[in-house]
Design a protein around this ligand. Structure first.
Ligand code: OGA
Ligand code: MN
Length: 298
């Protein structure tokens, strides 16, 4: 149904179990001849879902989307997520709670000073994470659309959590399956030294718990970690955090990572259940403007 060409394979590995159909395994695909501004039929939504089950990331180039069109496209794929806006809204330049302003712009649309509150959010996005893993339901698909990109840097990287899990020896996989991690919306902010949240904000999203290894609709197992994971249940804080760091280091090796270099008009969709992502550093005095719509995994 969709015309997709692979951009990046899900790193095949000798240790992959025989249950995985290797011919049906990919990580990043580019979709051709598709207008994301057009109304999405039920058949088309199903075709996107099918492609997203196979690929963790789909790239659509040359799109032209108003905020309303982006939200319409996302709504066809599921209920929309609000995410961190339940805790803090530095400002609401775009005017929709369901459209995340992934930019370094202030309330007037000018490049924000580096001390501006919203810049912490830009920097938090540079830590490997899965969107809204701090809530239940968490995010299913994130759809990020590029409006203005800086001349250098500011790429977004995606790491393949299915391939990363499959690459672990069976003796390391087995003990992970029983473990659970707590995820907290403010964990990464606290890590960055951003602690100015009042009691209501701290209580806005209670910590939630996810298995460290989740079953994906593709039938493959996936590591579920990232910057919101604050501890492992039934482990000491130190031991749990070290395990999370070790797994993150393993899972974000270059073999599992695709780097997307943005062009204005790119729309990239990723499945937060089986990928981590992070933005890359850029010159904060340069304009970078993207918009994200996100569906809930519900
Ligand atoms: C996001 C995100 C990274 C980036 O939009 O969810 O993490 O490169 N973005 O801006
Ligand atoms: Mn994100």
């Amino acid at each position: 149904m969709l015309d997709v060409t692979p951009l990046r394979a899900s790193t095949s590995n000798a240790r992959r179990t025989s249950q995985t159909d290797q011919t049906n395994v990919d990580f990043v695909g580019q979709v051709h001849d598709f207008d994301t501004a057009a109304p999405v039929s039920a058949d088309t939504a199903r075709a996107i879902d099918d492609a997203m089950t196979r690929y963790g990331v789909l790239v659509f180039r040359g799109q032209s989307l108003t905020p309303e069109q982006q939200l319409d496209f996302a709504s066809a794929l599921g209920p929309l997520d609000i995410g961190f806006k339940r805790v803090a809204k530095p400002h609401n330049r775009l005017g929709y709670d369901t459209l995340a302003d992934i930019s370094n712009l202030d309330e007037n649309g000018a490049v924000a000073r580096r001390e501006h509150r919203r810049i912490v959010g830009n920097i938090a996005n540079q830590l490997w994470h899965s969107d809204s893993s701090f809530q239940t339901p968490s995010a299913r698909y994130s759809m990020l659309y590029a409006v203005v990109v800086p001349p250098k840097g500011g790429e977004t990287e995606f790491a393949d959590m299915r391939a990363a899990f499959e690459a672990l020896p069976a003796s390391e996989q087995a003990p992970l399956r029983g473990l659970q991690a707590e995820h907290h919306a403010l964990h990464s902010r606290f890590f960055l030294g951003d602690t100015e949240y009042d009691a209501a904000q701290r209580a806005a999203i209670a910590p939630t718990v996810w298995p460290l290894v989740r079953q994906h609709p593709s039938g493959r197992s996936s590591l579920f970690i990232g910057a919101h994971a604050s501890r492992i249940l039934d482990m000491t804080l130190a031991e749990g955090r070290m395990l999370l760091l070790d797994l993150l280091e393993h899972a974000t090796q270059p073999a599992f990572v695709y780097r997307h270099t943005w062009q204005p008009g790119d729309l990239v969709i990723w499945d937060n259940r089986c990928t981590l992502h992070r933005g890359r550093r850029f010159d904060l005095t340069q304009r970078r403007e993207l918009r994200r719509a996100t569906t809930l995994d519900a």
